[in-house]
Ligand binder design. Structure first.
Ligand code: PLP
Length: 455
């Protein structure tokens, strides 16, 4: 076996990568032209690449490295568990201690009576679980015709065909299709779609689309509504304050299940353990992943209320993944939750660094290119615009200006992502105040450079 040396020149690593490695959400032409940035190490909130550059990770990987990189406790937890019991499944009435401990801990942390966890290895798998779960729940309650799940355009619920159908990304629907009995309503993006309505009026209008959809489909056919408390991959769309209370009223009125997709919002990202707490909602099911292990191990799950779990328990649930409740992933997640809790990381985002980041991030709205700067906890978004007063989009292909800005950020050793012409951040929750200053200073510089490039 001949492996390329980790110390090989970057161009050689990139060429071999482009030759054999298919990347998610990447075009082959871009890879062939420029190669991928090769990340070699990471510590705290900082990445190092194969050229030795240190890059501030304003995205916590893919919104997941909540406790930051390089925590040896998690490596030790994984090593201990690998020696003790590297694998066993949780099918057919077997279990193991890490799954028992993690489930009990999650039941303590989750709001309300969300006390039961069904594991997966990712958010996509967990949302696929949810499709079967809610339909089984309705069938077990004697309402098998209740199958429809309502979601929102521009939502992101994963990449498998089932979870991408729940999501509202048309580009994904175009590649692989959409499963039956999924319906989408519009998103609560006031800045881009609010027109002349006030944010409060618009929040109500968008929430009431759910009621209209239920009435149109027929309440007897609708099983659930799924949404992220704050849309993440859609561009960090913070809903107006009127939105969630109205959604909660509607799901209650029609007796449909509320699935809060907490894959990004969970585990401290919004300043509480869960985004549902920040938004004041009571879901029947929560999807979790990412921050559950801070990305150190692939693990996700569905957390069910007592009522949903008791109905599902009435039958054999014909569902499960080889790695559902993987012992190493559970052990690492437990250690991650211990650190989040004992080091007061969630409370710090709520009370200290979150408010500091909010003040600094919102000051970016003064930049001539920025129409809106919105942030909840440690997830924020800048809407780029040629005309602030009109809340106008760029006339060019959507995303071109965002792409230029993202490239300028990268050149300035800051990872910020673009979603169309929105620039978003979701840094590790351990970002310090001085690192916040660095992030804001680099973001402002990148915006300046992007602005100059447009002239
Ligand atoms: N749900 C939400 C809200 C997400 O943001 C994501 C991923 O970004 C997913 C589900 C899918 O998770 P995964 O990529 O772990 O499958």
């Amino acid at each position: 076996m001949t492996l390329i040396s980790p110390n090989a020149p970057t161009a050689e690593l990139q060429a071999l990568d482009a030759a054999h490695h298919m990347h998610p959400f990447t075009t082959g032409a871009d890879l062939a032209k420029k190669g991928a940035r090769v990340i070699t190490r990471a510590e705290g909130c900082w990445l190092t690449d194969s050229e030795g550059e240190r890059i501030l990770d304003g995205m916590a990987g893919l919104w997941c490295v909540n406790i930051g990189y390089g925590r040896k406790e998690l490596a030790a937890a994984a090593a201990r568990q690998m020696e003790e019991l590297p694998y066993y499944n949780t099918f057919f009435q077997t279990t193991h201690v890490p799954a028992i401990q993690l489930s009990a801990r999650l039941a303590e942390l989750a709001p309300g009576d969300l006390n039961h966890v069904f594991y997966a290895s990712s958010g996509s798998e967990a949302n696929d679980t949810n499709i079967r779960l809610v339909r089984t729940y309705c069938a077990e309650k004697g309402q098998p015709e209740r199958k429809v799940i309502i979601s929102r355009w521009n939502a992101y619920h994963g990449s498998s065909v089932g979870s991408a159908s729940l999501g509202g990304m048309k580009g994904m629907h175009g590649q692989g299709g959409v499963i039956p009995d999924v319906h989408h309503i519009d998103q609560p993006d006031w800045w881009a779609e609010g027109g002349d309505l006030s944010p409060e009026e618009f929040g109500l209008e968008r929430a009431r689309q759910l009621e209209a959809a239920i009435e149109e489909i027929g309440p007897e056919k609708v099983a659930a509504f799924i949404a992220e408390p704050v849309q993440g991959a859609g561009g960090v769309i913070v809903p107006p304050e009127t939105y969630w209370p109205e959604i909660q009223r509607i799901v209650k009125k029609y007796g449909i299940l509320l699935i809060a997709d907490e894959v990004i919002c969970g585990f401290g990202r919004t300043g509480n353990w869960f985004g549902s707490q920040t938004m004041g909602i009571t879901p029947d099911i929560m999807t979790i992943a990412k921050g559950l292990s801070s990305g150190y191990q692939p693990i996700g799950g569905s957390v069910l209320s007592d009522e949903v779990a008791s109905v599902i328990s009435g039958t054999e649930f014909n569902h499960g993944y080889t790695y559902s409740g993987h012992p190493v992933a559970c052990a690492v997640a437990l250690e991650n939750l211990r650190i989040l809790d004992e080091e007061g990381i969630v409370a710090r985002v709520r009370d200290e660094t979150g408010p500091y980041l909010k003040e600094k991030f919102e000051s970016l709205a003064e930049h001539p290119l920025v129409g809106e700067a919105k942030i909840v906890g440690f997830m924020g978004s800048l809407a780029l615009t040629p005309d602030k007063a009109a809340r106008a989009p760029f006339a060019s292909d959507a995303g071109t200006v965002g792409y230029i800005c993202r490239e300028r950020c990268f050149a300035n050793n800051l990872v910020m992502r673009h979603v169309g012409d929105r620039m978003i951040i979701s840094p590790p929750l351990v970002l310090s105040k001085s690192e916040i200053d660095t992030l804001i200073e680099r973001a402002w510089r990148s915006l300046d450079e992007c602005h100059a490039a447009l002239k």
